[in-house]
Design a protein around this ligand. Sequence first.
Ligand SMILES: [Zn+2]
Length: 144
Amino acid sequence: MKQSMEIITDAEWEIMRVVWALGETTSSEIIDVLENKMDWKPSTVKTLLSRLVTKHYLETRKEGKQFIYYALVKEEIAVNGAQKELFDKICHRKIGGLLIQAMTDHDLSQADIEIMESILAKKKKTAPEEVPCNCLKGQCRCQG
Ligand SMILES: [Zn+2]
């Protein structure tokens, strides 16, 4: 297993969502699921599938005339990786604002809110007045 996961494109992500949902699937099943959402030719889906195999997100085996595809990367791991990828690109001082925006924009369940409240209550006890900037000088405006 590699240290850091390869980044996948938005198109590849669409494919992975189908594979995660179905467990095992074929290119024609993927085309069926995505036909109304994406205007893809079968050759496009096959290209995306082979890229995902190269990136070790998918594995394939042949059954009769069909290729069966299944995930090598779990959905939770990929989602966490994508979140970390984004957060690593921005100043740590901006993460709070991003979380506030995400909370404002999305529906949250009662259970989610309870967990968040308890995490926040715990963090509040030791939170700094200001989050330290982690940027390279010249890559953000935090440092004069
Ligand atoms: Zn900064």
